[in-house]
Design a protein around this ligand. Structure first.
Ligand code: ADP
Ligand code: MG
Length: 413
């Protein structure tokens, strides 16, 4: 109804009806008359109630309704209606804002939950195939310390480069790859070339099962097909036949030819990665005499890899690893122990010691020390019993030196 459209409020037709603004403002005021069922209507200009009233009369309801209709056509709007409208507009925009927020929340809720890109250093790593069996994913070692070199190697992994880590035993080569895999959820297979892995283990072999001759894939084709990471440990001890098979696979997307299986071709899964560790290859070949039986890997072969030299951690880094692994250790004890390890390695480099001092050995010794409360007693099974009597004597004197003079830098060496 028209009156309703004009008088939005529900208190009847009484009220002020306005047109225009400022000096051009014009109004009608409707109020109840003293006479029953009659309405007083007034007309004026300017603010309602302040300006002179030029029309002031009394009408009945029928008459009033006709007037309300006319005013509406002329552009008058009830003041209450205007306020309601303003409120509606304000409420409307608030609603719109809230609706927008609600839509955003709903979208958020509907968004598939993607795993956050795992970062190693500053590098976002590719996710593992969903089918990766969790038993093959190494466990995260929270104490593992990624040093500055991690970024470059992580990028190589992203770019699908073949990565070889060379360095003394226990410098963290294998665990580096395992810890990257652990954090990115990749499955890892390992093949140790130091006397344990045959070409059959590596590539595969035919066998008889239940009267039938069946082919069993070796670690290389399994990793290639399933998209696992394969770590070839101590590659410088590998048989020539294994190195020959490897060479073909070393190209990015290099395929494996299984001659034994009628020249079946194994395509690499996009997640497949190949790693090697070596003690005495390349820049480490000066130490070949320490790693009996290590073969010299030729340069053409090495050129197919990105080769990283893994030194032992610095004294500060190693003290931090000790503290992270064994939070009960005080900073000064961790410093002292890291200093002892550093001195033993220096003696090893000078060939005063025949055995090196790995991070693994250091952690083990510290762990035993926390159990026994006795430096010497802990050193027995962790160090002395593993080395020659001469080495044990020299290591003992290095330990005494540090234990007596404590962690101060001047005490080392
Ligand atoms: N950066 C590191 N952070 C924490 N622990 C380390 C680190 N590097 C080496 N370690 C410790 O030393 C142990 C031996 O390392 P590993 O990777 O097996 O050496 P490698 O393969 O060079 O012989 C690891 O299990 C780990 O406990
Ligand atoms: Mg290793």
């Amino acid at each position: 109804m028209n009156t309703q459209a004009l008088a939005v409020h529900d208190n009847g037709p009484e009220g002020v009806y306005l047109r225009g603004s400022g000096a051009a403002r014009e109004w009608w005021r409707v109020s109840l008359s003293e006479r029953a069922h009659m309405f007083r209507i007034e007309h004026g200009h300017g603010a309602a109630g302040s300006g002179a009233v030029d029309i002031d009369t009394v009408v009945d309801l029928d008459n009033l309704e006709a007037k309300l209709l006319k005013w509406r056509r002329e552009g008058f709007v009830s003041e209450a209606g205007r306020e309601d409208e303003a409120r509606a507009v304000a409420a409307g925009s608030r609603f719109a804002v809230e609706l927008e927020r609600a839509v955003e929340l709903q979208r958020e809720a509907n968004r598939p939950v993607l795993p956050e890109a795992v970062r190693i250093g500053n590098v976002a790593m590719p996710p593992a195939p969903e089918s990766t069996p969790s038993a093959l994913v190494p466990r995260i070692n929270d104490a593992y310390l990624f040093t500055a070199r991690a970024d470059d190697i992580a990028l190589d992994i992203v770019e699908n480069r073949r990565v070889m880590l060379i360095g003394h035993t226990g410098s963290g080569k294998t665990s580096f790859i395992e810890q990257v895999a652990a954090r990115t959820g990749h499955g890892v297979l390992r093949a140790n070339m130091n006397g344990q892995t045959t070409i059959g283990d590596f590539v595969g072999f035919w066998t008889v099962k239940g009267g039938e001759t069946v082919w069993v894939d070796g670690v290389l084709p399994v990793a290639m097909r399933e998209g696992y990471w394969l770590i070839i440990d101590e590659l410088d001890f590998a048989e020539p036949s294994i190195l020959a098979v490897l060479t073909a696979v070393l190209e990015p997307n290099g395929r494996l030819l299984l001659k034994e299986r009628g020249n079946e071709i194994v395509e690499p899964h996009p997640s497949f990665r190949l790693f090697a560790t070596a003690n005495a290859a390349g820049a480490m070949s000066a130490y070949r005499h320490l790693y009996q039986g290590a073969n010299l890997l030729n340069e053409a072969f090495l050129d197919r890899w990105r080769v990283y030299l893994f030194d032992y951690l610095s004294k500060e880094e190693e003290a931090e690893v000790l503290r992270r692994t064994l939070p009960a250790l005080t900073p000064s004890i961790a410093q002292t122990l890291a200093g002892i390890a550093a001195d033993c390695r220096a003696a090893f480099a000078r060939e005063d010691l025949a055995s090196t001092f790995s991070t693994r050995r250091l952690i083990d010794w510290a762990e035993l020390m926390l159990r026994t409360g006795d430096v010497e007693r802990a050193a027995g099974p962790a160090i002395y019993a593993k080395v020659s009597a001469e080495d044990a004597a020299l290591i003992r004197s290095i330990i005494r030196h540090h234990a007596i003079f404590d962690a101060g830098d001047g005490a080392s060496g």
